[in-house]
Design a protein around this ligand. Structure first.
Ligand SMILES: [Zn+2]
Length: 229
């Protein structure tokens, strides 16, 4: 019999994923010329580091540690015995750096949000920390090139020189720390159910001593945060 509940769930998860209400920059398999835009608020940061768990569902799940809050997935993962942790290391949260950018060649009149893994974020931070480059200065800055034409992604400042950007773009910077919201407590039972499934899908010598149920995971979590019910 066709599982309409499964269809409905899948639809909801796809809808949740598509709820992102900002233009997300897609790296092309080419040389991407982008300008990183300056700080988006008075804290002076031009990025926000969001954390995702990728291997729980087919879509990434927000890790609430990004919002300096407790994360049910991290806290349950931390409680696992060492051998189980090793087997399930892919569950750990991974950081993604959100930055306001302009795609200089393809869409010079539009602010987009880039989502860079550390591999690209690291060279960006390295160039941004070099004051002589003025990388983020709207007048004196230059593009960075993310070259994806070769197997290894190359990131370097554009040697062609300074590119001024349209100042009106700076009024449209996205509040990067507000683009995603923490995982809601309504989602905890669903996540707990999936965690129990995943934890039991890998067998290790420490099994038996540590079988947890969905109820005990939810109870653990809610006991810590009763105010979130
Ligand atoms: Zn987490």
């Amino acid at each position: 019999m066709l599982d309409y509940i499964a269809i409905q769930k899948e639809l909801q998860s796809l809808e949740a994923r598509n709820k992102e209400s900002f233009p997300k920059f897609q790296l092309k398999a080419a040389k991407n010329y982008i300008r990183i835009l300056p700080e988006f608020d008075e804290k002076g940061l031009f990025w926000f580091k969001i954390l995702f768990h990728w291997q729980i569902f087919k879509y990434p799940v927000i890790c609430n540690k990004a919002f300096e809050d407790e994360c049910i997935i991290c806290s349950e993962f931390d409680k696992l015995p060492v051998d189980k942790k090793k087997a399930l290391w892919k569950l750990r949260a991974q950081g993604v750096y959100l930055m306001n950018i302009v795609d200089i060649k393809e869409a010079p009149n539009k602010v987009q949000v880039a989502t860079f893994f550390s591999r690209i974020a690291m060279p960006v931070f390295s160039f941004a920390s070099d004051k002589t480059l003025n990388l983020l200065d709207p007048d004196a800055g230059r593009s960075i090139v993310i070259d994806r034409t070769t197997k290894d992604v190359l990131v370097y400042p554009d040697t062609a020189g300074v590119v001024q950007i349209d100042k009106s773009l700076l009024k449209g910077l996205y509040k990067l720390d507000k683009l995603y919201t923490p995982l809601a407590s309504e989602t905890v039972p669903e996540v707990a159910e999936k965690l129990v499934q995943i934890f039991s899908s890998v067998t290790t010598p420490s099994d038996g001593a540590t079988s947890k149920t969905q109820e005990s995971i939810i109870a653990d979590f809610m006991a810590k945060f009763p105010q979130k019910k």
